[in-house]
Ligand binder design. Structure first.
Ligand SMILES: CC(C)(COP(=O)(O)OP(=O)(O)OC[C@H]1O[C@@H](n2cnc3c(N)ncnc32)[C@H](O)[C@@H]1OP(=O)(O)O)[C@@H](O)C(=O)NCCC(=O)NCCS
Length: 168
């Protein structure tokens, strides 16, 4: 992808670019913070091994995007096929925004940006497999056209998870 500015609904200007090895340590620190806080992802809260981060966020992905605000890491997303073979036209994505940038539309801007990149990569739908029922991001996903296509009872630590899908 070509590095480009993306403007959030509240007028914050981020730059989005494909992740490079130079982003690795900052991405790891930020995602480890998300995991340590038990936010949104199924990894056990606590120290996150670098190899586990690499596997989960970087390796075997179709695209990893890094968003920056005045040069500082603001957030990231990855895209990958959600299934193999004939199901691989459906993308899966993961997103995070660093805590002090949240609530200004960066999350929404990243999700919207990922739709365009996923289409560019040939995906025609997107699915999230494990959105915690209590995750405030659900409102965002539903506003952006995701349908609930499933609910997994007692998915993580007794909490249900929602499966979301939308056509691209
Ligand atoms: C989900 C996340 C990426 C949203 O980032 P953001 O920059 O705050 O997103 P936005 O500013 O576009 O806000 C999107 C919506 O989420 C809500 N929201 C997001 N994070 C929130 C939080 N921590 N607490 C309360 N509300 C939150 C916003 O109020 C807004 O609600 P609305 O849709 O009703 O207006 C960010 O909170 C995050 O990184 N969370 C931890 C990781 C995670 O859960 N990722 C998604 C896994 S499914």
């Amino acid at each position: 992808m070509v590095a480009s500015p993306i403007r959030t609904s509240s007028g914050v200007e981020l730059t989005a670019a494909e992740a490079t090895p130079a982003d690795h340590d900052e991405l790891y620190e930020a995602f480890a913070g998300v995991v340590a806080a038990g936010e949104g992802y199924p990894q056990a809260p606590g120290p996150l091994a670098v190899a586990d981060f690499d596997d989960y966020w970087l390796d075997h992905k179709s695209l990893v995007v890094v968003a920056r605000l005045e040069g500082r890491l603001a957030g990231s997303y990855y895209l990958k096929p959600n299934f193999a073979g004939r199901g691989a036209h459906i993308a899966n994505a993961g997103y995070f925004v660093v805590p002090d940038v949240r609530g200004q539309g960066a999350g929404e801007a990243l999700v919207r940006h990922s739709f365009g990149e996923a289409r560019r990569l040939g995906f025609d739908a997107m699915q999230f497999n494990l959105v915690f029922e209590s995750n405030p991001a659900r409102r965002l996903y539903e506003r952006l056209g995701f349908e609930v296509v499933g609910r997994i009872p007692e998915a993580v630590d007794g909490e249900a998870a929602i499966v979301y899908w939308r056509r691209l």
